[in-house]
Design a protein around this ligand. Structure first.
Ligand code: PMV
Length: 324
């Protein structure tokens, strides 16, 4: 590509050990470390072109000019990149997702990982993986985890310099699949940027954070040893704990719908009957069912016929953010 422009692709990720609540909201320094898998099959592609003649930033999302809060968030992020490079130039950002918008798959992770790589490259910065992960974190905490490939740990750290994600195993380490049961296409009532500051109002958050290192260590061991039974227990427990915090915060946040709860119960039951599958749910009602790749067809067909399931999406372990 010619000067001052670059294109990048990044996958969203699903957290097995969740991030909820910050020790510093402005810098997005998380209250606890988290663990995730990048989702191949789903991606954001972003092109950034800095132009000294532009008067303001411009954002085009899925072919449509975007303004308001979305543009402001992108502009604020580009300000960080401009500061790092010592350049004042405004930019045109063109971005698209290959997964349905509003399908409840968190797109801010892939969006800010792709934007961090495209914008930093376009403006002439040559960031290593840790620096790129730190930059992506400033746009959306979970975006820090979409920078390295495969299975990823975001080490919470305690400063901007040491809070970034690293790969703990490549995508081919374990052939898992994420079968996503979409039960709502609607936008979240409360987005995660407004949700994180509420975490501290829950009496359960301190305990969730205190136990996170132990759960993360357990999940990491299970993952590295490909021990699904161990993995499933800690993944579900961690997701349940996050939703308990959300529901007991002031004001309470309840992202789960009756259909979500029915799917979660069915997954638990199926596992008790011998199917290697477990659930995890982010800040929305859609249920991510993690299973081995060979069971993904079976899991998908069982979930597709459940009441309230509008659509099934499927992802497998994905690689790092990359230029294209
Ligand atoms: O990156 P954010 O601010 O959208 O936060 C994501 C939080 C959860 O998706 C609920 C959990 C996680 O670790 O991804």
């Amino acid at each position: 590509m010619s000067d001052y422009q670059a294109r990048a692709l990044a996958h969203p990720n699903i957290a097995f050990i969740k991030y909820w609540g910050n020790r510093d909201d402005a810098l997005r320094l998380p209250a606890n470390s988290s663990l995730s898998m990048n989702l191949a099959g789903l991606h954001t592609r972003t092109q950034v072109r800095f132009d000294p003649d532009l008067e303001g930033d411009r954002l085009v999302f899925n072919g449509k000019v975007s303004q308001g809060a979305a543009l402001e968030r992108v502009s604020a992020f580009l300000d960080i990149v401009r500061d790092m490079a010592g350049q004042p130039w405004r930019a045109v950002v063109e971005t698209e997702n290959n997964f349905p918008s509003g399908a409840g798959v968190a797109s801010s992770a892939s969006a800010f990982a792709a934007l961090a790589l495209a914008a930093s490259t376009a403006i002439g910065l040559d960031l290593d993986e840790a620096a790129l992960s730190r930059l992506a974190r400033r746009g959306s905490g979970s975006a820090s985890r979409s920078v390295p490939g495969g299975y990823v740990e975001w080490q919470a750290g305690d400063s901007d310099a040491n809070s970034y994600a690293v790969s703990i195993a490549p995508p081919e380490h374990w052939a898992l699949a994420d079968c996503i049961a979409v039960v709502s296409q609607g936008h979240k009532k409360v987005g995660s940027t407004s949700g994180h500051p509420l975490a501290a109002t829950s009496p359960l958050q301190a305990e969730r954070v205190a136990g996170a290192p132990e759960r993360l260590a357990e999940c990491k061991t299970a993952l590295l040893e490909r021990d699904f039974a161990r993995f499933a227990e800690v993944v579900e427990a961690d997701s349940d704990l996050m939703h308990a915090v959300m529901r007991s915060s002031q004001p309470p946040l309840d992202y789960l719908q009756p259909a979500s709860e029915a799917i979660m119960a069915a997954v638990k039951q199926a596992r008790a009957a011998g199917l290697a599958a477990c659930y995890t749910v982010d800040a929305g009602p859609n249920v991510h069912v993690i299973c081995s790749a060979e069971d993904a067809d079976e899991v998908t067909s069982r979930l597709a016929s459940m009441p309230g399931v509008q659509q099934m999406l499927r992802a497998t372990p994905g690689g790092p953010a990359q230029l294209w």
